[in-house]
Design a protein. Structure first.
Length: 257
């Protein structure tokens, strides 16, 4: 798994403040060498296509780096819910691999030389206020830095917003999630206008999220983007929960638990 090297600033902070690994709790770096190696074992390179089972209508081709379990799950929760900002770099580098897989999967549908829009799945405003930041947007920005260093032209575009009354998806079943999200997302017109002035020609959109569960969020986000004429090339995620079909890049999909 490619990742940014630790900086002297991070090392000094850990030494002075007494850091600990977000995955195992071992004192030291926010991601200890053992858990970094475990994460590399769980997500060994290229992302794989993944499809929830059942699959919601309108879900774009979706890619995940690993199953949402083990070290990956611990690190996503630590970054998202516990404010471990230092994890944005390694998780962003992992998300960048999923974006690359989505672009490769789109093949000839990606015009060369034009930037790709990275659109994060929106969080509920109440969740953003509670966390003090938009964790998904932080991850996508970290992924964009990795992609630009690798010569991939990308623009981070937080275009989507949620309607009032949307409830937390945690604990909802597949049908409940679809009902909760039906018509729940829309593109912010003022952001779309600003984006169109700055970036009039794009290659397309890659939706980005940390985890794909039932696929309801990504399907609804894709609907909202396509409704305003934005072509969705695929979706990139860090992890996929169980009971879905997954397969190697470019290969047939198989059931996994």
């Amino acid at each position: 798994m490619p990742s940014d090297p630790p900086t002297l600033l991070c090392a000094a902070r850990d030494l002075l403040l007494g850091g600990s690994c977000a995955a195992c709790g071992r004192r030291g770096s926010v991601l200890c060498p053992g858990c970094r190696a475990l994460l590399a074992h769980e997500a060994p390179g290229a992302a794989r296509p993944t499809r929830p089972d059942p699959c919601p209508q309108g879900l774009p081709p979706t890619w995940a780096c690993a199953a949402y379990e083990g070290a990956l799950r611990e690190l996503v929760v630590a970054h998202k819910e516990h404010g471990q900002q230092a994890l944005a770099a390694p998780l962003g580098a992992l998300l960048a691999e999923s974006v690359l897989a989505a672009l490769a999967g789109a093949g000839d549908h990606v015009p060369s030389g034009r930037p790709v829009l990275l659109v994060p799945a929106p969080s509920r405003p109440s969740a953003v206020r509670a966390r003090g930041r938009d964790a998904a947007l932080v991850l996508v920005r970290a992924a964009s830095r990795t992609l630009r260093r690798r010569g991939v032209p990308v623009v981070v575009a937080p275009l989507l917003t949620t309607r009032a009354g949307l409830v937390d998806q945690a604990g909802l079943g597949a049908e409940e999630r679809m009902a909760n999200l039906d018509g729940s997302l829309r593109v912010r017109p003022e952001r779309l206008r600003r984006l169109s002035r700055r970036t009039p020609e794009i290659a397309g959109v890659v939706l980005c999220d940390d985890v794909v569960t039932t696929g309801a969020t990504l399907a609804e986000a894709s609907r909202a983007l396509r409704a305003v004429g934005l072509p969705v090339l695929g979706a990139a995620t860090l992890g996929a929960t169980g009971r879905r079909r997954t397969g190697p890049p470019g290969g047939s999909q198989v059931r996994s638990s």
